[in-house]
Design a protein around this ligand. Sequence first.
Ligand code: SF4
Length: 193
Amino acid sequence: MKTKQKARWYEKLWIASIIYLILSPFNILFAWLGLLCFFIPLLISMLKGNKAYCNRYCGRGQLLTLLGDRLKLSRNKPTPKWMRSNYFRYGFLIFFLTMFINMLMNTYLVMKGAESLKQVIKILWTFKLPWNFAQYTYASPWIVQFGFGFYSIMLTSTILGLVTMLLYKPRSWCVYCPMGTMTQSICKLKQKQ
Ligand code: SF4
């Protein structure tokens, strides 16, 4: 008879991802918590030289598995070769980092008073969704601006993840996820040391 294995706390981190996506538009300061998904994988790969974050702790990865595998929402087709190529993966990483720096620049301009706060959630770096429902009591405009910019990045990458989950394998996003590409590069560099 099979014994049921006890679920580990980190196997439920997909719930945190959903909460993050839902709460941030209503209190944009929540968007800052998304930085954990940036710094934790980088720190783990730098300190431990492995991809434990991707394999265990990534809520988004778990969410894609849940929707694609368990709920069978994925067509489960092979991830296209071009998507797996280094050209695409590193090209997307450069594009992503450029957009990230652009977002930081906007935040800086608001901090310096050269630009006014824009309450806009930008989807796929193109479509602007004016959003006036976000609360941000007592926060400086640049803190709020960062929240809008960062949430836009998190939402955009989630949408890309969902679309590729629907079209191909559930975790196809992980093939070109900038964090995955960065941590993989760090691990390779560490192995060479
Ligand atoms: S590749 Fe990206 S989305 Fe996939 S598990 Fe790693 S950090 Fe998460």
